[in-house]
Design a protein around this ligand. Sequence first.
Ligand code: MG
Length: 185
Amino acid sequence: MVNKLIFSREEMFKLNRDKLRSRGVEIEDIAKIAFFQQSKYNKDISMSTCIESVEKILTYRDIFHIVQLSIDIDILTEKKMFSAPIQNIMEADLGMFGIDEILGLNIAANYGVIGQTNFGDIDVNKPGIVKDLNDHGKLGSKNCHTFLDDVVGAIAAAASTRVAQIQSEEQAEKNPNVTYIKLDI
Ligand code: MG
């Protein structure tokens, strides 16, 4: 039997949702961070737009590959499947490692420079589930969240930025004399 390599967006969404869930992360946990971040700038954002944004981001192929690979790296690190010294570096979640942040920045870059600066904010301040993952994934615990905390933070940053873009579009479309084309953000 030939292994399946190409998945529809619906399939990628479900595989991502289930993979995140298997590591204790729900879509709502990510959406809450996006809401928390974006509500500082926009008072009238809704949680449902944040959830919809996270769901949308989880359908993209590049993000699918990063989510699937990142979580597997964490799982294989827990099983001590890598060689020293990289095994020890990832197990310790070494602050100077940085490959996890590269993947996070790559996810956030789908929503431009603002997406990336929003990721930096989440990476430094560790709101909500990002802090939980970080606290429960350190050396001495049986869990490794070296990649997961960045992937989750970056999806939240991307979702937060998407919400801001939707708000900007809505604001721009207030001119009643213009017919606007609805773009898929
Ligand atoms: Mg990390």
